[in-house]
Design a protein around this ligand. Structure first.
Ligand SMILES: [Fe+2]
Length: 206
């Protein structure tokens, strides 16, 4: 006699998609798996992943601040800033991915969703409305400053704990690109005349 398939059984074959599924978490946030092959003790990986998640939340926020600025910029410098903001956005996309994958590699869990990022970031929330270019740039610079400060502290700590991989990632892939982006946008806040010099140089012949 043929066996009847049991309804609801895990091994019953069916062409129907099994939608709306939920289940228990297989790893809780703020824990690390036993990555013995890394030769890094669990407390080190716990501290590194916690600090990297702060850097991740701030980098995701800065990334999105660049897109907001890209969309909402206005004025005579619209075109160049529209392009520059999007270039920096795309570079921050790569930075975010590098940080998140370092967290996963260390056995931790990278935060990802907007609500979790909003609860974690130290960067001030901007209004939904449009702001003037100098304010947009000031907000971006403030965000870079927070990230750069955290990068230096995190790189030092990673070095002390023997996590050279995190040290290298933070310095090479996060700190230096942030320093460069901050320089590019800070030059836009220099009050330099476009057409006429502010003071005429006195002529030696006079
Ligand atoms: Fe665009």
């Amino acid at each position: 006699m043929a066996k009847k398939s049991v309804s609801g059984s895990n091994n019953s074959a069916s062409a129907e998609p099994r939608v709306h599924q939920r289940g228990r978490e297989i790893q809780r946030y703020a824990t690390v798996t036993h990555a013995f092959h890394l030769e890094l003790e669990e407390p080190v990986r716990l501290e590194m992943t916690e600090r990297l998640n702060q850097l991740l939340a701030d980098s995701i926020t800065l990334r999105d601040l660049y897109k907001k600025s890209h969309w909402q910029v206005a004025g005579p410098t619209f075109y160049q800033l529209h392009l520059l903001f999007d270039k920096h956005f795309n570079e921050q996309v790569d930075i975010v991915d590098a940080i998140a994958e370092r967290i996963q590699l260390l056995g931790g869990l990278a935060i990802a969703m907007a609500a979790d990022v909003a609860e974690t970031t130290k960067i001030e929330r901007p209004p939904r409305g449009r702001e003037e270019v100098p304010v947009q740039i000031s907000r971006l610079l403030d965000a870079h400053q927070i990230i750069i400060r955290d990068c230096r502290a995190l790189a030092d700590r990673a070095d002390k704990l023997g996590d050279q991989g995190t040290n290298d990632l933070v310095v090479s892939d996060v700190l230096r690109p942030n320093e460069l982006q901050a320089w590019f946008i800070s030059e836009h806040l220099v009050d330099s005349p476009l057409v006429q010099a502010t003071e005429e140089v006195s002529k030696a012949a006079d």
